[in-house]
Design a protein around this ligand. Structure first.
Ligand code: AHM
Ligand code: MG
Length: 311
């Protein structure tokens, strides 16, 4: 079933926003697929984005595509992008419910030039009062589009997580609902940082490597690729705090919140780690580019962390 039909009963303004993000992703995937042929690899300039990263050409173009389509809906009041230092405030042109979209137009930028999975991550939150710092528990839709061997959209709407695959004639078609009950024994973390990890994380990951546990490690370095595998196969994904980065690396509003919502709605857990069982979605954001440590996966795996770190 096509996506617009699948969600035909939700608020029409919300559907408009979702469909604008679908159209954006179809334009972006077209660029991703042919970037080597279109001279779209490499850095945009030597300038850093709001998170201190050098922007890739595709980061910048993808951001422009998303802004264009969301503006055209006239159903959004504020856009928060990884690529824009400040919130983008849109003109109010309609009396319908207005939404704020927080998004990373192209996550996993370091994978762009080697043709590994990358994608777009977002959350949609009703926003009556033009606030910029909305909590994770107010999000009504969270999603990501994975530009991988196939282009796949994963969306949490009404607390249910569904998968849509982009067909040859550019339609997102429903292929199933996700429940995080996979039993594969996988842990996913950038182990190159292990010398800087705090004791809790060292003990937790050592537990996965102990004799007889039969775990394997998988790490793509694109959060949405790693989380997608976790949703479908099971296991855990983690980007912890460490001695060099006491707040971790990933951003609250447009990386951690959407993924935490999807994982929870699929039946898993998403917590800070860092000696805390606090839910990611309970973070009260103070800055639009704030970072957080994150640990997510099946309840069983996240529970192991609580036991090992004696929380
Ligand atoms: P980006 O938004 O600049 O692409 O950075 C976020 C990405 C995540 O997708 C991924 O989990 C992480 O950075 C990987 O970082 P590292 O290379 O430090 O392991
Ligand atoms: Mg990112």
């Amino acid at each position: 079933m096509e996506i617009s039909l699948y969600y035909s009963k939700i608020d029409p303004s919300l559907l408009k926003v979702i469909l604008a993000l679908c159209v954006s992703s179809i334009e972006i995937e077209e660029l991703v697929r042919f970037l080597a042929l279109k001279n779209l690899q490499g850095d945009h300039s030597n300038e850093q984005n709001s998170s201190g990263d050098i922007q890739k050409k595709l980061d910048v173009i993808s951001n422009e595509i998303v802004i264009k389509h969301l503006t055209q809906t006239k159903c959004c009041n504020i856009l928060l992008s990884e690529e824009n230092e400040a919130p983008i405030v849109l003109k109010k042109e309609s009396k319908t419910q207005l939404y704020t979209v927080a998004y990373d137009p192209l996550d996993g930028s370091s994978n762009i030039d080697c043709n590994a999975p990358i994608g777009t991550i977002y959350s949609i939150t009703p926003n009556e009062k033009d606030e910029t710092l909305l909590g994770g528990n107010q999000i009504v839709v969270a999603g990501y589009v994975l530009y991988g061997p196939s282009t796949e959209l994963v969306l949490s709407v009404n607390n249910t997580v569904d998968r849509f695959v982009l067909s040859a004639n550019k339609k997102y078609l429903h292929v199933g609902t996700i429940r995080l009950n996979g039993k594969k024994k996988i842990y996913s973390i950038n182990e190159a940082n292990s010398n800087s990890w705090n004791r809790d994380m060292k003990n937790y990951i050592d537990g996965y490597k102990a004799n007889g546990t039969k775990y394997t490690a998988r790490y793509i370095g694109s959060m949405l690729g790693d989380v997608h595998r976790t949703l479908l196969y099971g296991g855990m994904f983690c980007y912890p705090a460490d001695k060099k980065n006491p707040n971790g690396k990933l951003r609250v509003l447009y990386e951690a919140f959407p993924m935490a919502k999807i994982v929870e709605d699929a039946g898993g857990s998403a917590i800070l780690g860092n000696n805390s069982k606090q839910r990611i979605l309970d973070i009260v954001p103070k800055d639009i580019h704030q970072r957080t440590p994150i640990l997510l996966g099946s309840k069983e795996e996240i529970n192991k962390y609580s036991i090992i770190s004696k929380l």
